[in-house]
Design a protein around this ligand. Structure first.
Ligand code: BGC
Length: 391
């Protein structure tokens, strides 16, 4: 008895700025070097995936992944407004080709949190011109890479770009508590996604969607009416923007709790992971169910994982998480794939390198890779389609 049907797409995900190294021309690099921000360390050379991608893809193939989800670094492709780098596009073409040479699909994300410095300097996601700027870049990149792309995500977690950038002040541009700026960023991110879909569709024959950061939502007793109040701008704004897309990408890690006054932290007694939120492995299941219900679209879990130095805990999280994903499939939901976050321990944004989300450890002095037991565990599930088979 298998838990996952034949043809279920197994993948792993990374993002350019978190793994490539040397991405000095975007707003994140600038943010990492701005005194007083929440960043604990700069991204620097990261895990040198820019140069080491062939060996990293060999590891993925060895583990049995069918797809690699990675992102294009806009600031490499368009280092100055309207000035495009064919060398950067050649690089990403080589990454796609390297996936195909290993029998893997390439799932390409066009924006994963980072924006070129020049676009950030003229207002970033608060300047209506960002939509045309983004589309100009998507057009050029898609025209070049489109014929060989297997699946595309327009924007990664637009709801995190807006909430952490304009409400929490933890992501660039570091604005805290500006509701109007937040709403404007949401509107522009939705517009950018909507405009990117037809451009991508015209560039090749592959499914196109957006990925949304979602959670399992829960209320303290008596605060149930607060869930829609907080969830609607954060999740529904983007789930509602998927009309006509080919899929919705669900990214889920934990639970979000609300009380009478708004968002509250972990429930006393529930384990807290290194990221500071609850260990909540049913987040993926709950989020997949909700995304399917709200959008009516096929679902891919485009990110799920745990930042931990305790690899057996990662296996436990994965096991429970995948059981939840399997339940959605058993219930007849159209869930087509699961991408684990992440292949490598990498730059976890403001938290730096302390958070270990990887199936593969990296020694950042030598850049040596070490495959963790959790990777072998997941490889067995992927090989057999059965969670129990992996032990
Ligand atoms: C993001 C990743 C991040 C991961 C783990 C997601 O919100 O897309 O870039 O590393 O979660 O926190």
């Amino acid at each position: 008895m298998t838990d996952f049907p034949a043809g279920f797409l197994w993948g792993t995900a990374t993002a350019a700025h978190q793994v490539e190294g040397g991405n000095w021309n975007n707003d994140w690099w600038a943010w990492e070097h701005t005194p007083g921000t929440a960043c604990v360390e700069p991204s620097g050379d990261s895990v040198d995936h820019l140069w080491r991608y062939p060996a990293d893809l060999d590891i993925m193939r060895g583990l049995g992944f069918g797809s690699y989800r990675f992102s294009l670094e806009w600031s490499r492709i368009e280092p100055e407004p309207g000035e495009f780098s064919s060398a950067a596009l050649d690089h990403y073409q080589r990454v796609i080709d390297a996936c195909h040479e290993r029998g893997m699909q390439a799932c390409v994300t066009f924006h994963h949190f980072t924006t070129p410095r020049w676009a950030a300097a003229s207002g970033g996601w608060n300047d209506p011109a960002i939509v045309d700027r983004f589309i100009r870049y998507v057009e050029v990149a898609a025209e070049r890479l489109g014929p060989s792309i297997d699946m595309a995500c327009t924007i990664n977690e637009p709801n995190v770009v807006s909430s952490l950038g304009y409400l929490a002040g933890q992501f660039p541009p570091g604005v805290a508590g500006d509701l109007a700026a937040y709403v404007q960023a949401n509107d522009l991110l939705v517009a950018a996604h909507r405009a990117a879909v037809p451009v991508l569709r015209a560039a090749g024959d592959f499914p196109v969607g957006v990925t949304v950061s979602m959670s399992d939502w829960a209320a303290e007793p008596g605060a149930e009416d607060q869930i829609p109040v907080w969830r609607a701008p954060h999740e529904d704004t983007f789930l509602d923007a998927t009309d006509g897309d080919d899929f919705v990408g669900v990214q889920a890690y934990t639970r979000m709790r609300v009380g009478p006054e708004g968002i509250v932290g972990p429930e006393p007694g529930v384990e807290v992971v290194d990221m500071g939120y609850e260990y909540w492995p049913t987040a993926a299941e709950a989020s997949i169910r909700r995304a399917a219900e709200v959008t009516g679209l096929p679902v891919y879990c485009t990110e799920n994982g745990i930042g931990t130095t305790d690899d057996p805990r990662r296996i436990a999280y994965l096991r429970d998480s995948l059981r939840g994903v399997a339940r959605t499939i058993a219930d007849g939901l159209d869930v087509r794939g699961y991408f684990h976050w992440s292949l490598l321990d990498n730059f976890e944004w403001a938290h730096g390198y302390r958070m270990q989300f990887g199936l593969v450890a990296v020694d950042r002095e030598t850049q040596a890779r070490t495959v963790k037991p959790s990777a072998a565990w997941l490889a067995e599930v992927m090989r057999t389609g059965s969670i129990d088979a992996a032990g």
